[in-house]
Design a binder for this molecule. Sequence first.
Ligand code: FPP
Length: 262
Amino acid sequence: MKKMDESELKRQVIENGNIPRHVAIIMDGNGRWAQKRGRPRVFGHQQGMKSVRAVVEACRELGCEVLTLYAFSEENWSRPLTEIKALMRLLQNYIEKEKQNLRSNGIRVGCIGRLEKLSDAPRNAITDAVRFTADQKQMLLNLAVSYGSRAEIVDAVRRLAGEVAAGRLAPAEINETTLAGALYTADLPDPDLLIRTSGEMRLSNFLLWQVAYTEIYITDVLWPDFRKQNLFEAVAAFQKRERRFGKVEKSGRNNRKPKDKP
Ligand code: FPP
């Protein structure tokens, strides 16, 4: 079957009307992409930045509210120091170079993870971009940096336990809402669509609580090859899914008829 061209696919996805509010992406396969070309892993990460720019643009064009990118996991701290430094430098360069452009496009930068573990330069670049774009309302670019979902849940439980110990919260008042409200993602809708590149069938400690009812889309495309077309294909696949949220009858955002209002 002939592949639909990018602008036609985008037109159809927008026409359908079921745009995921929150897209989350596990950007995987940079190392393999580089290895296939006989180049160092860092080369794959550098090329992956083109894909980052492409998905930010694509999500903005579709009107997604939140794009969360898994930029650096808690587990990534155990990679060789040279690779960690290269990843941090890429993150910092991206933020410094793009913050004006992001702001001009109505994009606010946010960050989830244990940012305090970063060295000064990348941490300051991120906090500066968060401040610089704070009043933008079209889309949130949420960077998961030094992020681990289990650590996030532990942090949340510790916070709630502190509230209980201080007598401000009764154990019986702890429920799914209070726990969700203590996560780094407290103010965000749960992801509607989770994309993972390079064919791996794992969640890798990413947003474990938040993806309870998220549609998962896995593609064999390696991250440095992922472009707008691939993002639109993922959203088109999402639009064909029937989301039941554990119920029998059809319900939920994804089962609205095209063009229906929420
Ligand atoms: C996985 O590929 C990718 C990463 C660990 C890092 C992704 C980070 C970037 C593209 C740069 C920073 C991002 C932003 C948002 C500015 P891998 O190395 O695990 O690949 P492999 O599985 O093929 O070895």
